[in-house]
Design a protein around this ligand. Structure first.
Ligand SMILES: Nc1ncnc2c1ncn2[C@@H]1O[C@H](COP(=O)(O)OP(=O)(O)OP(=O)(O)O)[C@@H](O)[C@H]1O
Length: 367
């Protein structure tokens, strides 16, 4: 299954448009400021309900427009889309003529991976990016996980509300909420830990396929957001949790400890090496998903040539193309850097972007 066609209206500097996509490789090219990232962002909004550049949808909406609309079509769902209204801040999601409540119904259709300058947060930033990485897999692989996580979040919210009610801990009430929180935390931790063990094997296999020797010794370990027993940890911190009005320990603070040669990847690897590892981590997720659920993925790569050197670009793109389960949409400034692809850029669908206008171009005319 792949995204066959895509249409957009009211997105940043882009003029409205509709075009057909290739199930394999799609190349978006054009000068700086033409609108390439905006186009990729629009596709990402359709397939994940989110932008990879901002969480403020007002910024994505054309400055003179009151709304944006993105629509796509595939064989299974028919037409599906997202409409955002700037004034009321409402999002309307439609899948095959039916209204859907949550953005998650869009992201279930196409598991979407994005490689962009912000992807590097996965290694360099705090734990939340790594939790997202793990939860992304769980979301697509284990359907019950979404409700288990929602249950944990609801319990956490209640406990935090209780902490804020008074400057003295309400011991009786806290005990009740701790029990519920620990039960739901156990479920979340068990799912995450089990999945990470499996995922680590796929990551190592992908690293071997991509010949990333500096990552031979990579380990991925789950840290559940506390040491020792969670119930005890919570009990030992009643006063400090009440002072801050926030629960300090639990799966909402979990992390994946990524280590190479025994050191944290963020402290040990060079910037270039981190980029290569992140690509392998994302590619591994895609492979994992295929083996677990038979689902195909969409891979969005923004500003392809600036992110990796020529050799690594080739390794990554060749491997993505060889997957057969990945639809690729990449943007670049110039096509020269992709001339190593087979004649006609592997029959890619090509899109030239100029001053916000997207024009499909025959690949044979540009090669
Ligand atoms: N809400 C908006 N409304 C109208 N135009 C916008 C809006 N947000 C950004 N722009 C403009 O859209 C243009 C396209 O930006 P975009 O980042 O998509 O370009 P790009 O082709 O990816 O450029 P680069 O190669 O330099 O990364 C920019 O000139 C930007 O100022």
């Amino acid at each position: 299954m792949y995204l066959k066609s895509f249409s957009h209206q009211g997105i940043r500097n882009l003029a409205s448009g509709k075009f057909e996509l290739s199930p394999a490789l799609n190349i978006v090219y054009g000068e700086n400021g033409a609108g390439k990232s905006s186009l990729l962002e629009a596709i990402c909004l359709l397939t994940s309900g989110r932008s990879f550049r901002t969480n403020k949808l007002d910024l994505v909406t054309n400055e003179e427009a009151t709304q944006f609309i993105v629509f796509g079509q595939n064989e299974e769902q028919g037409r599906f889309g997202l409409n955002y209204q700037k004034k009321s801040k409402t999002k309307l999601i439609k899948i095959d003529g039916e209204k859907a409540k949550a953005l998650s119904s869009l992201s279930r259709i196409y598991p979407t991976q994005v490689i962009c300058p912000e992807s590097y947060h996965l290694i360099d930033s705090g734990p939340s990016e790594r939790r997202k990485y793990l939860d992304w897999c769980l979301f697509h692989v284990k359907h019950q996980y979404h409700s288990e996580w929602k249950q944990y979040s609801a319990n956490l919210k209640q406990r935090n509300a209780l902490l804020r009610r008074s400057s003295k801990p309400d011991l009786e009430q806290l005990e009740i909420w701790d029990k519920l929180l620990c039960d739901s935390a156990n479920k979340v931790n068990q799912e995450r830990e089990a999945l990470l063990l499996q995922l680590e094997q796929t990551v190592l296999a992908t690293i071997a396929q991509l010949n990333i020797e500096f990552c031979d010794s990579l380990t991925m370990r789950y840290y559940p957001g506390h040491s020792g027993d969670l119930a005890e940890k919570l009990r030992g911190n009643y006063q400090s949790d009440t002072d801050s009005g926030f629960t300090k320990f639990g799966p909402h603070k979990a992390d994946i400890r990524l280590k190479v040669n025994g050191y944290l990847a963020k402290d040990y690897l060079s910037r270039g090496q981190k980029k290569i590892l992140i690509n392998a981590l994302l590619l591994a997720q895609t492979n994992f998903l295929k083996t677990q659920t038979n689902k195909d993925s969409l891979f969005i790569i923004d500003d392809f040539s600036s992110e990796l050197d020529q050799n690594n670009q080739r390794e990554l793109l060749s491997m993505l193309i060889a997957q057969n389960n990945v639809q690729i949409i990449l943007s670049c400034l110039q096509l020269d850097s992709l001339k190593w692809l087979e004649k006609g850029y592997n029959n890619a669908h090509m899109f030239h972007v100029k001053h916000g206008n997207v024009t499909p171009i025959k690949s044979s005319e540009t090669y």
